[in-house]
Write a protein that binds this ligand. Structure first.
Ligand SMILES: [Zn+2]
Length: 259
């Protein structure tokens, strides 16, 4: 049976890390690919410019707005091809957002007005464009539900995994040298002894280097996987994982039906 053990959740950073036990890389990679390619989100797909005298060309501003994450309520929105409007576009697969600004300075994401208050740009203080005096933008955006496999703008975030590293400290020749060369906080010097900060190990990319630096430091890998999910703001990390599992189940049921 697959077992999950939560290592840490950083809500502010939209990051979730857990240990996957009694599983394998095939399973972890399947979940990873479901998250990157299949879990749907809202992203700007069409723009109607009424005015744009900013320094950014329409195309550049369009590209930028396309990559600006929108909070996505998956209970209210579905993929166009699965929508009952059959792809024509309706309130269940499309969302209109208006961006109107004419004040000198930065225009922030919070200034855009979404017709659905639950689904606004995810990061209010994200700068979208800078205006000089007498410059204006007035544009109506249409966001649609899509998937990362069609375009990266619909990817809900990032997911990756690695084998669980196990670091042990034995008789270290020169603890001070190790501490000096440790730039990510994995080792802390306590008096003359070297201590390992377990929390930092999973995020370190320098473990092999430390093991080479001193023979007293050993590095091994267990069969467990450290799985990390980072959200770009459209969905929470948990929603990303739950939806990826739902999609996997849907695919298996579809297969079963056809057998
Ligand atoms: Zn629709």
């Amino acid at each position: 049976m697959v077992k999950l053990e939560k290592i840490k959740e950083e809500r502010k950073k939209n990051k979730l890390q857990f240990l996957l036990k009694d599983s394998d890389e095939v399973f972890a990679n399947t979940i990873r690919r479901m998250i990157l390619e299949e879990v749907p989100t809202l992203a700007v797909e069409d723009l109607e410019f009424k005015d744009n005298s900013s320094a950014l060309f329409d195309e550049m501003l369009g590209l930028r707005l396309g990559l600006t994450p929108i909070k996505t309520d998956l209970k209210s929105y579905v993929l166009k091809e699965k929508c009952k409007c059959a792809g024509a576009g309706c309130a269940q697969c499309e969302l209109k957002i208006t961006l109107k600004a004419g004040k000198k300075g930065y225009v922030y994401a919070e200034e855009a007005e979404s017709e659905d208050p639950k689904c606004t740009f995810a990061h209010p203080k994200m700068p979208l464009v800078k205006l000089l005096s007498r410059q204006r933008v007035d544009v109506v955006l249409t966001a649609v539900v899509g998937q990362g496999k069609a375009h990266a703008k619909w990817m809900p975030g990032w997911a990756y995994y690695k084998k669980e590293p196990i670091v042990a400290v034995d008789k270290v020749k020169d603890p001070e040298k190790v501490a000096e060369n440790c730039s990510d906080g994995v080792f802390v010097l306590e008096g003359k002894r070297l201590k390992v900060d377990q929390e930092k190990i999973y995020d370190s990319n320098l473990l092999e280097y430390y093991a080479e630096l001193d023979k007293g430091i050993s590095l091994e890998y267990s069969d467990n996987l450290v799985f990390t999910v980072e959200s770009w703001g459209q969905l929470s990390c948990k929603e990303m994982l739950n939806t990826s599992a739902d999609i996997l189940l849907e695919k298996i049921e579809e297969l079963e039906k056809q057998l």
